[in-house]
Design a protein around this ligand. Sequence first.
Ligand SMILES: [Mn+2]
Length: 262
Amino acid sequence: MDESTASPRRKLRLIHTSDTHLGGDWHLQLAEDTLAAVVDAVPRLGGDALLIVGDVFDHARVPDRVLEFFLEQMARLKVPAVVLPGNHDLYDDQSLYRRKPFSRQPANLHIFTQPQGEVISFPELTLDLWGRAMTLHTPEFRPLDGMPRSQADRWLVALAHAHFHFEDDRERRSSPIYPHDVAHAPCDYLALGHWDRHTDVSQGRVKAIYSGAPIDTAATGQVTVVDLDPDQGVITHQEIIAISGQQSAISVPSPLGGRADG
Ligand SMILES: [Mn+2]
């Protein structure tokens, strides 16, 4: 299984999203329509893989029907789909990812389950993905700790469901990452989740992007498109995606991302 032969890195396109909050009581149907739109967008945009960086589900008690809906959507993809658990869908003992529907998950779906971090490799894509499965959302949990070095012949993309601390941010938050951590991360791209708003927090040579939730304040769908190019480096852009049933969404008073959470 040693893939350390000197084949060059391939040109790849990743589709990055997060915070879909399936099964939340805020606009259940819209969250599902939005996920379906993301899945539709992957082949249309030429994505080689889909990354969903946490809070895929809104809470651990979502009914099996919602888990099955998610699995059906992932099974529609012809490319890998990779999930990092977040603070709303922790990988703890009661995790929904341990429930029965996931025992029949499609072969293209990969879920990070190791709290200390793990690499999920796709040799045919010359791609290594790394992430730590969150078991507790606390200030002590450092989502970037233990990231391995990248290999010359493979892209290293890290996933983190994390709160980025700006330099002047003095508040103590859970699952923090700091500008210095990002600048010194050995990955080629840092795919972030947890913030509902699309934000570029790149530092130094490391491109680090919050995709934002796939639906924004104007009920417009979006994903982050990440091009990994051996010649040009890492280039990202936001892509607008159409959400079917969106007409009904226009009138909603607040976005998925703006939930006040009671
Ligand atoms: Mn979160």
